[in-house]
Write a protein that binds this ligand. Structure first.
Ligand code: NDP
Length: 482
């Protein structure tokens, strides 16, 4: 077979890819060497803005299969029939580290799923935790600043991490989670995923329920403890990426059993926990897990940049039958994710092959913008209403008022001001060896803090969660600092 012909971006053949053009044998390099200039200029521009959080990630394709009839709760088409399969892209990630950071570190993990449904893409931007640190998006930039490199030292500082925590009691639950064993999963395959937020499902009668998603790993939970993470992170910074890719390539396909918790609409008004507070779970005893499907990953991306770095997940991407809840953090993310992609990838990022719907057709009046690379609507009119057969809104009842409107108010309520009870419950869920490791990991980190008042406030939060938990931490820190 003839060798493939090397060309410039214009298609023009390249005669020499080893030697720049010079003015004579000893002469300087010529600006007329268009191939050289183009090659260097493209190289300079290879990096796009790093995600401010979740910068380091891995992705894989697969499918979601419905295993239980859920039509009593939602009319979402991809959830309409037992056995129905929908293609998915999943992006796993760490959160605080930059794009080249090691993966075997204590950090939450992103668990973002893009369902390519016939009613358009449905994105679930979950984590490996059923809860989050804070419940108001106004605090998010401050929270992330406290976890990211310090403006002076340019490294993560225990002072900042614990200062913010000690002044944000609602984070006690998530900090207990993070410093427990599950704070360092052994791999992306061996951790659970959660939608974390509460969502609404609406059935064909227009009736609404509130739903939480739990993706339980079929591989079993595996975590790194003791000196394992330092060893793994040092020897293989890409440990999670390697594991996922090799497992799929070997046909050892990772899967998750997808469960939901369902809360009747009326309960949301009266349940003793605010069901829209993402720092709290719904206890299983009140709202048991209902298995509804299976998610299987079976194909690695061919090109990392095109299919993972350029993937954009947007929690505002719903399909009829599913919608948002008044969870404030979710409401903040409905804005922030799309905005991040507009900054990072550009206004036309939804046209990138990985982001564009695969089972639905896009037809609207959006036009132009940087890097518009389809036919831009060709000769079609770019306004609506029009008399030229352009797309019109549907009045099919099935599509009416996506997931219903909010009636009444779901203003933030303080019905449950106890920021600590569930952190205590989590401490008590852990086995004694898990508790020992939790105490050791918190004490190891918190004892590094330079200000006593930060340590004392932090200890008070943990003691409020569980007196024994607080007392054991206090003793462990005193021992380390003596
Ligand atoms: P349950 O006893 O019904 O469930 C306990 C949950 O804790 C299980 O989902 C279990 O997950 C999980 N779990 C077990 N060990 C750990 C650990 N070391 N770190 C994190 N999670 C762990 O209790 P409740 O529903 O009443 O909840 C009690 C506490 O459990 C909550 O305060 C919360 O912190 C935690 N939890 C609750 C969840 C929920 O949605 N209700 C979900 C996850 C945790 P698994 O079955 O996979 O082992």
């Amino acid at each position: 077979m003839a060798p493939r012909r090397l060309t410039e971006d214009s298609g023009s053949p390249v005669a020499d890819n080893q030697n720049s053009q010079t003015a004579g044998v000893q002469g300087p390099v010529l600006i007329q060497d268009h191939h050289l200039v183009e090659k260097l200029a493209k190289f300079n521009r290879e990096r796009i803005p790093e995600r401010i959080v979740h910068a380091r990630g891995s992705g894989a394709y697969g499918y979601f299969e419905l295993t239980r009839d859920v039509s009593q709760w939602t009319h979402a088409k991809f959830l309409s029939e037992v056995g129905k399969r929908t293609d998915v892209l999943v992006r796993f990630s760490t959160v605080a580290g930059g794009r080249g950071a090691p993966e075997a570190v204590r950090d939450p993990r992103g668990f973002a799923v893009k369902f390519y449904t016939e009613d358009g893409n449905y994105d679930l931007t979950g984590n490996n935790t059923p809860i989050f640190f804070i419940h108001d998006p106004l605090k998010f930039p401050d929270f992330i600043h406290s976890q990211k490199p310090d403006p002076h030292t340019n490294k993560q500082e225990s002072d900042n991490v614990w200062d913010f925590f000690s002044l944000s009691p609602e984070a006690t639950h998530m900090f207990t989670w993070l410093f427990g064993d599950r704070g360092i999963p052994a791999s992306y395959r061996t951790m659970n995923g959660y939608g974390s937020h509460t969502f609404q499902w609406v059935n064909s009668e227009g009736e609404r329920v509130w739903v939480k998603y739990h993706f339980k790993t079929d591989q079993g939970i595996e975590c790194l403890t003791g000196d394992q993470p330092a060893k793994v992170a040092g020897e293989n910074p890409e440990s999670h990426t390697t594991d996922l890719m090799e497992a799929i390539d070997a046909g050892n396909l990772p899967s998750w059993t997808v469960n939901i918790q369902v809360m009747p609409d009326a309960d949301a008004q009266t349940y003793h926990i605010n069901p829209f507070d993402v720092t709290k779970v719904w206890p299983h005893a009140d709202y048991p897990l209902i298995p509804i499907g299976k998610m299987v990953l079976n194909r690695n991306p061919v090109n990392y940049f095109a299919e993972v770095e350029q993937a954009g997940f947007d929690p505002g991407n719903f399909v009829p039958g599913i919608g948002p809840s008044p969870d404030k953090m979710l409401q903040g993310r409905l804005f922030a994710y799309g905005d991040a992609h507009r900054y990072r990838l550009g206004i036309n990022h939804t046209q990138l092959p990985v982001n564009t719907p695969k089972a639905a057709t896009v037809d609207n009046y959006g036009r132009d913008g940087l890097m518009r690379f389809d036919d831009n609507g060709a000769m079609d009119k770019n306004y609506e209403p029009n008399s030229f057969g352009g797309p019109v809104q549907t009045d099919e009842p099935h599509y009416a008022g996506i997931a219903g409107g909010m009636s009444g108010t779901y203003e933030w309520d303080d019905r449950d001001t106890d920021e600590f009870a569930q952190a205590g419950a989590l401490y008590r869920v852990m086995t004694p060896p898990e508790q020992d490791r939790l105490i050791a990991s918190i004490a190891g980190d918190l004892s590094q803090v330079s200000k006593d008042e930060i340590i004392e406030r932090s200890l008070a939060n943990f003691a409020a969660a569980d007196a024994e938990y607080g007392a054991r931490l206090k003793a462990a820190i005193e021992a380390l600092r003596s």
